[in-house]
Write a protein that binds this ligand. Structure first.
Ligand SMILES: CC(C)(COP(=O)(O)OP(=O)(O)OC[C@H]1O[C@@H](n2cnc3c(N)ncnc32)[C@H](O)[C@@H]1OP(=O)(O)O)[C@@H](O)C(=O)NCCC(=O)NCCS
Length: 159
């Protein structure tokens, strides 16, 4: 599959809002107690013959780039890997020294995915999702594989 990655533009915003709401249960995403609005962030979209098949959004603070969302609708053909590569290049060019992301304890496939791409598990914030639910009540109690969604796990990649 010939996937092209390009930066998000203003014209993608409505799609980003809808895509995130559909994938994550609301137009906002919460990490470390902060409600992010992905449609207002920088990011990259993956295109297959003009169709959007993946999205990554990110937020730079000081010398660190947070991956706020990462989604692929065409699993296992390299979309996620290409999006991660695009963010790392973007962060490097912006002078960042690290890229990091928050995932939840039930998201074993994300933990596997990130670790196989050079990210390390650097922190566990126990019961942090309880706080997140105050900002985003649609976060389910039970997540992937029937695992209770409780903790935030921080993964990080030095640049
Ligand atoms: C995590 C996620 C983004 C990965 O996206 P993806 O597009 O499936 O990622 P890739 O295709 O690049 O890699 C997935 C697997 O496919 C394999 N793969 C990649 N290209 C391939 C190809 N051309 N042929 C065969 N297999 C391939 C990879 O080896 C990889 O397996 P590995 O992790 O064991 O190395 C996706 O599963 C997703 O959207 N998850 C839900 C949202 C989420 O949890 N996001 C992360 C937390 S914020």
């Amino acid at each position: 599959m010939n996937v092209i990655i390009r930066p998000l533009t203003q014209d993608d915003r409505a799609w980003v809002r809808e895509f995130i709401a559909q994938r994550w249960g609301a137009a906002i995403v919460v990490s470390r107690g902060i409600a992010h609005q992905p449609d207002e962030l920088a990011g990259f979209v993956a295109l297959d013959k003009g169709e959007r098949v993946g999205l990554v959004t990110c937020d730079i603070t000081d010398d660190a780039c947070e991956i706020v969302t990462l989604d692929s609708t065409r699993p296992n053909v390299g979309v996620g890997t290409k999006l991660i590569r695009a963010v790392k290049d973007f962060a490097r060019r912006a002078g960042c020294r690290r890229v990091w992301a928050i995932t939840t304890n039930d998201n074993l496939s994300a933990l596997r995915f990130y670790q196989k791409r050079g990210f390390a598990l650097v922190a566990i914030y126990r019961n942090a999702v309880e706080q997140s639910r105050k900002l985003k009540p649609t976060i389910p109690l039970i997540g992937n594989d029937g695992i209770p969604v409780r903790d935030e796990i921080k993964v990080e990649h030095a640049l």
